[in-house]
Design a protein around this ligand. Structure first.
Ligand code: ADP
Length: 219
């Protein structure tokens, strides 16, 4: 199967980082920005880098943008340009359009006009950092939906030497321990009676408010 081809529009911090990483991973990447200095900065790191205004439908057509499997719109500040670009890509028939949103409202508009995925990098990173500040034991936080998440939690000292059965996390907090990571081993059917050790990592799924209650109880 041919490798996916990507285009990234808007080469600010987010867009250029997406473009560079995809390229490092061996994918073909077309990088686009209307600021030629930005284009120059990534030119050596990607397959093609061109200076173009993504709100110019003809320019996008001429670049053959619809032949790319995935187009990432990483225009940050200029919300109008971001929306217009998304609309043009949609009209031209780009199969998958991923757009960075600045605000919730911006994101809502993007969803309405057919963006396949809307990402909020600043908001997500902010949440992650805040979460980590409140509960230092939390190593990872993956949002499954607006209500549910999976967290990776360093075993709090209050759990050392206890078994999952003794801790009874499901009954107390309504959360489920999916797995226990011990060293390089991921144990997805960790015996309920086995004692947990310092350095174990729990992988837990639950409703956000229940996870927070549990995190705070063991913080
Ligand atoms: P970040 O917050 O990720 O650094 P920025 O808002 O600084 O994002 O960067 C967005 C990039 O998108 C800038 O390099 C800007 O030149 C580019 N850009 C904005 N509007 C257009 C457009 N209509 N066509 C192409 N590139 C654009």
């Amino acid at each position: 199967m041919a490798k996916k081809q990507f285009a990234v529009i808007g080469l600010g911090r987010f867009g250029s980082s997406v473009a560079r990483f995809l390229s490092e991973m061996g994918y073909e990447v077309l990088a686009i920005d209307d600021d030629s200095d930005r284009v120059q900065e990534v030119a050596n790191a990607v397959t093609h880098a061109v200076s173009a205004d993504s709100t110019d439908e003809e320019a996008m057509r001429a670049l053959g943008i619809r032949n790319f499997d995935v187009v990432v719109v990483a225009i940050g500040q200029d919300i109008q340009a971001s929306i217009l670009t998304t609309l043009i890509l949609k009209d031209l028939g780009v199969p998958q359009i991923i757009v960075k949103a600045q605000t919730e409202l911006h994101g809502k508009v993007l969803n309405k006009i057919g963006a396949d995925k809307v990402v909020y990098p600043e908001r997500d990173m902010g949440l992650r950092v805040a979460h980590h500040l409140i509960s230092p034991n939390i190593l990872e936080h993956i949002e499954l939906s607006s209500d549910y998440s999976i967290v990776e939690m360093k075993l709090p000292s209050a759990m050392f030497g206890k078994s999952l059965k003794q801790l009874d996390i499901r009954a107390k907090y309504g959360c489920n321990v999916l797995a226990v990571k011990r060293g390089d081993e991921m144990n997805i059917s960790f015996p309920a009676n086995e004692t947990l050790r310092q350095n174990d990592i729990l992988v837990i799924v639950g409703r956000n408010d229940q996870l927070t209650r549990m995190e705070q109880a063991y913080a």
